[in-house]
Design a protein around this ligand. Structure first.
Ligand SMILES: NC(=O)c1ccc[n+]([C@@H]2O[C@H](COP(=O)([O-])OP(=O)(O)OC[C@H]3O[C@@H](n4cnc5c(N)ncnc54)[C@H](OP(=O)(O)O)[C@@H]3O)[C@@H](O)[C@H]2O)c1
Length: 338
């Protein structure tokens, strides 16, 4: 059994990780932690739906308590600054870390002050962290000490775009419009995220300054000045991200050529479903599942297309991808426990 602790276990993505791990046949929950000043949560109250399954209660975080639980790995579903400080200490204690925050996703430490608002406390780990977009990882995941789980928007965008990068027109701009359910902001209680402010509305936000933008540029191999426009939107639903991506190709392409690229990337990968040409994904088909759905529509002339992807931000965008990565780190098939 792999002993796994979760920090941020009562947060939106942490609680989803706990739900998956509690049913995982090769995992034993070693400890569940909330914020140091928090009240803690009984396991049965965290997941009343897991009747019959037992697990540790969520207790206020204390490093000694986590380490004395002798976990093989910890999933950190904590704010960026918390993960950045905590991960190095856990690694030193011999605990592998899968970090759901953005603390180890960017390889260039110089980007952290501008995009995350803090100087990185452990820049030496940025080169070691494996960027865990699972379907695009190879052997580097096996035995990794530190996995940077991708952001929710980047997961949806990269899964759709990476298979096509080689045939995109280098001199044409890329436009990405993504809409996320409100759980993407975590469980914070702020007026801007309250029902009355959001219900019945729809808006773009953080245009040009969303911290997932440098992450996508990094993983697509785009320079900081490349014409890549990312427009996130807040959608008044609880869960799900739908990304709509406008692309231009180097030459004329056919549906068969696009289908071939997606098949080469994802055949045999059960958590990415590629729809048939012209069919576009919908949130309702992925919410509550660990799967991404990807589809495309070629535009007249065959030089341009709209590519659409849909995920559950708390699952493929966070917790289920973390469990896929955990499986691969410990040499299990990535589907184990689902
Ligand atoms: N929400 C998403 O769709 C999503 C997707 C991908 C990645 N992420 C990333 O995942 C992380 C968690 O996001 P979330 O949306 O799940 O947030 P959340 O719902 O606000 O939960 C955050 C959790 O972190 C805990 N925490 C806060 N400070 C702590 C500390 N100093 N020590 C230990 N635990 C601490 C909180 O404890 P209490 O319960 O005691 O308050 C809470 O359980 C963030 O970095 C976020 O950017 C989120």
């Amino acid at each position: 059994m792999i002993r796994v602790s979760v920090v941020g276990a009562a947060g939106y993505s942490g609680a989803e990780a706990v739900r998956l791990l509690a049913r995982h046949p090769h995992v034993e929950l070693a400890g569940l932690f909330g914020s140091p000043g928090g009240k803690g949560v009984l396991f049965r109250e965290l997941h009343p739906d897991l009747a019959g399954l037992d697990g540790p209660d969520v207790i206020p975080f204390a490093e000694g308590a986590l380490v004395s639980g002798r976990p093989d790995a910890a999933i950190l579903a904590t704010p960026n600054e918390v993960s950045a400080e905590l991960a190095p200490r856990l690694l030193e204690a011999g605990v592998r870390v899968i970090d759901v925050s953005g603390a180890f996703r960017l390889r260039d430490a110089a980007l952290y002050p501008a995009w995350y608002g803090f100087a990185h406390p452990a820049p030496e780990l940025l080169g070691e962290a494996v960027y865990g977009l699972t379907e695009w990882c190879g052997e580097e995941l096996a035995g990794a000490r530190l996995v940077a789980n991708p952001g929710c928007y980047p997961t949806s965008v990269l899964l759709a775009l990476k298979p096509l990068v080689a045939i995109l027109a280098a001199d044409q701009p890329l436009f990405v419009s993504s809409a996320s359910g409100v759980s993407g902001a975590g469980k914070k209680a702020e007026l801007a995220y309250s029902f009355c402010e959001l219900s019945g509305s729809y808006k773009a936000y953080a245009v040009g300054n969303h911290r997932h933008e440098p992450e996508m540029r990094q993983e697509l191999g785009l320079a900081a000045e490349a014409a890549f426009t990312f427009v996130p939107h807040l959608l008044p639903v609880v869960r799900g991200i739908l990304s709509t991506i406008h692309v231009s190709f180097e030459g004329t392409v056919s549906d068969a050529a696009v289908a071939e690229r997606f098949a080469a990337a994802y055949s045999g990968r059960p958590f990415v479903k590629v729809l048939s040409a012209g069919r576009l994904p919908e949130l309702r088909d992925v919410v509550g599942t660990p799967r991404a759905h990807v589809g495309w529509k070629l535009l007249p002339g065959g030089r341009r297309a709209v590519v659409v992807s849909a995920i559950d931000n708390l699952l493929k965008g966070a917790a289920s991808q973390a469990v896929q990565n955990l499986n691969r780190v410990f040499g299990l098939p990535e589907t184990e426990g689902f």
